[in-house]
Design a protein. Structure first.
Length: 29
């Protein structure tokens, strides 16, 4: 369970970062 929780949190953080990067790229164009 703990390993799965860590994986889920990492996935959530990475998705948030990717979304932020995409927004920044779209806004900078």
């Amino acid at each position: 369970m703990k390993k799965m929780d860590k994986v889920m949190t990492i996935v959530n953080i990475t998705t948030v970062i990717v979304n932020l990067v995409i927004m920044i790229i779209l806004l900078s164009k």
